[in-house]
Design a protein around this ligand. Sequence first.
Ligand code: F6R
Length: 260
Amino acid sequence: MKILILPDRDAAVASCVALIADALTDKPDAVLGLATGGTMEPVYAGLLDRTRAGQVSLDRMTSFNLDEYVGLSPEHPQSYHAFMQERLFAPLKLEPARTHLPRGDAPDPVAEAARYDAAITHAGGIDLQLLGIGRNGHIGFNEPSSSLASPTRVKTLTRATREANARFFGPDEAVPRFAITMGIATILRSRHAVLLATGAAKAEAVAAMAEGPLSARCPASALQMHPKVTVVLDTEAAAGLELRQYYETVHPQGQEVTLV
Ligand code: F6R
C-alpha cells in the first residue's frame, strides 16, 4: 500500500484528482471505477476544473460506478445515477453509453448484479478504481462481514451506513435497505485502486484498513491483498496510523520521491 499523507483536505483532493488525470493522460480510453459520497464531491469538482482548463479529457473513458441503491430509479434525486449526472456526467456531456451504474430499479436485482459484474469484465476490467471508505470500514457497500471473495451482488445496508447517508435524503424519506455493490473480489481485480479519505471521522477505519488484521470485520482491509493501492489521506484521516512517521518519510508531504 502506498500511503500519501497530505497536509489538509484540499491537498488530498488535489492529489487524488492528479492521479485520475495522470491515468487518463496515459490511457485516454481508460476504464474508471467511480465512487459517490461526500468525499468524492470535491474530486469531481476538481476534475471538471481540469477538464475546462483543457488539462484532461474524459470523453474517451468508460466508467463503472461502485454501487446503487436497490429500488431507486436513475431519475430519483437520491440515486447514485443522479449524483453522478449532476456532478460529472451532465456538466461534461459524457456519452451515456460510456457511463455505467447498476440499475437500482431492475426487476431482478440479483440478476442485475451478475450482469453488471460481467459488463465490467467485458469492458476489459477497471484500470483505476476510485474508493471512499465508510466509518465502519466498508468499501463500495461491502459492509462488515462481507465475503472478501465477493462478486457484485445485493447487500443489506447496516443501520450505521443508513444513518450516515440519511443526510442526503429528505426528513420524510427512508434510506433504502439494500444496494447493489461491486464485491470485494471485483474491486481487487482493478489494476490500480485509489482510496481517498478525509476528516477525523475516518481515522479509525483508515487505521484498521492499513494496519489492522485482514478481516471481514473491516472489508477495506482486503486492499492489503491488492498489488497496487494508493491511499490518499489528509492529516486528520491519518491520525490513527501507528506507522505514520514511516509513511511520511517514504512520501514527505504525500509526494513521490526518486529512488536514487
Ligand atoms: C459510495 C461508496 C461508499 C462511500 C463511503 C464514504 O459509492 O461506495 O463506500 O465511499 O460510504 O462515503 P462518504 O464519502 O460520504 O463519507
